[in-house]
Ligand binder design. Structure first.
Ligand code: HEC
Ligand code: HEC
Ligand code: HEC
Ligand code: HEC
Ligand code: HEC
Ligand code: HEC
Length: 163
């Protein structure tokens, strides 16, 4: 318990001293739970140093802000396989189509700054996919995934496996 409290206090102090925290305290706190923060990555990886943004109270935009259609390219700098699979999936292709549909990018599923739990991910799928074919209710042949839908749909291509 003491250790937990100590870690919590240490995280809070870190969060307060973070250079973006004066104005984005909640984001900075959320980010501490992400594997990115645990691997010593910081805001700059995705937003650049953003010095002018910081010192102008947000009047100058951050150096880098990925639009929804650019997110996979940003993440693909490090997660190349996921990017390639995603971009050929119906989710990725929807950005390139003329239809203006609300599709899912990497962060729609995973969350921007804190990783979304696997349980929350399933709820999130159903936000957009309100009616599903009967096939989706069948018994999957293998369940080796943390997100139920992915027992049948490959996690990034969405292809239905033939196993
Ligand atoms: C002194 C205050 C302040 C500091 C410090 C600050 N920001 Fe901001 N930031 C703002 C304001 C104000 C906005 C605009 C908020 C809005 O539009 O709702 C903003 C918006 C943003 C956005 C969203 C931009 C968009 O177009 O959607 C990002 C990303 C961002 N800040 C990143 C950072 C990062 C990274 C740091 C640290 C390097 C930082 N900020 C430090 C005030 C600040
Ligand atoms: C792995 C990439 C990544 C990292 C690291 C990251 N962000 Fe972001 N951030 C994004 C993306 C993508 C968006 C969505 C931009 C948009 O509006 O389309 C975003 C949006 C934001 C926004 C706009 C409000 C919101 O939450 O949508 C703020 C403010 C922000 N980031 C601040 C930060 C701060 C502060 C840090 C560090 C503690 C940080 N970000 C780290 C990718 C990242
Ligand atoms: C600069 C390289 C870099 C960038 C850019 C980057 N990541 Fe990561 N990501 C990592 C590293 C390193 C890890 C930690 C891997 C580990 O602990 O196994 C990680 C972990 C993750 C995880 C957790 C995987 C797991 O096993 O739980 C997810 C999800 C993730 N990243 C998604 C994203 C998304 C979405 C973006 C774009 C918004 C992004 N990443 C951008 C390097 C990066
Ligand atoms: C923000 C909305 C949104 C979210 C969230 C979302 N999707 Fe989608 N999904 C779409 C759109 C848009 C398409 C493309 C539909 C089209 O091509 O007509 C799509 C397509 C698909 C397809 C392919 C359908 C086909 O025609 O072959 C599958 C499977 C799928 N999504 C599964 C999921 C799963 C599983 C999740 C959660 C992990 C999820 N989606 C989350 C919007 C979303
Ligand atoms: C037991 C296996 C299985 C599971 C679990 C499953 N699906 Fe499916 N899904 C399928 C099959 C097979 C198809 C294609 C055949 C069809 O359209 O009937 C499909 C098709 C789809 C489509 C395309 C629908 C259309 O109208 O073309 C979407 C979207 C989808 N699934 C989303 C999901 C989501 C979201 C989940 C989790 C809540 C999920 N699936 C869980 C097997 C599954
Ligand atoms: C439709 C939702 C969805 C989208 C969009 C999506 N992912 Fe994932 N991702 C998942 C799920 C679900 C898992 C793992 C589920 C499991 O463990 O069974 C996963 C796993 C991961 C992992 C951990 C390694 C692995 O394969 O298990 C990384 C890293 C990752 N995703 C990065 C990305 C990146 C980068 C993008 C965009 C290019 C992206 N994801 C787009 C749902 C999504």
């Amino acid at each position: 318990m003491a250790l937990v409290l100590f870690l919590f206090a240490a995280l809070s102090v870190f969060a307060q001293e973070h250079r973006c925290a004066a104005c984005h305290a909640e984001t900075v706190a959320d980010f501490q739970s992400h594997k990115h923060a645990k691997n010593n990555m910081d805001c700059g990886i995705c937003h650049g140093a953003s010095e002018k943004h910081r010192t102008s109270v947000g009047n100058v935009p951050p150096d880098q802000v990925a639009a929804p259609s650019e997110v996979s390219k940003l993440c693909g700098n490090c997660h190349l396989a996921e990017k390639q699979q995603y971009e050929q999936s119906p989710h990725g292709r929807a950005y390139a189509s003329e239809k203006k549909v609300k599709t899912a990018n990497c962060n729609t599923c995973h969350g921007h700054h804190a990783l979304r739990s696997w349980a929350k991910q399933v709820e999130n799928c159903q936000r957009c996919h309100t009616t599903l074919p009967a096939s989706c209710k069948a018994q999957p042949t293998s369940v080796n995934t943390r997100v139920a839908c992915m027992s049948c749909h490959a996690r990034h291509t969405l292809a239905v496996s033939s196993r």
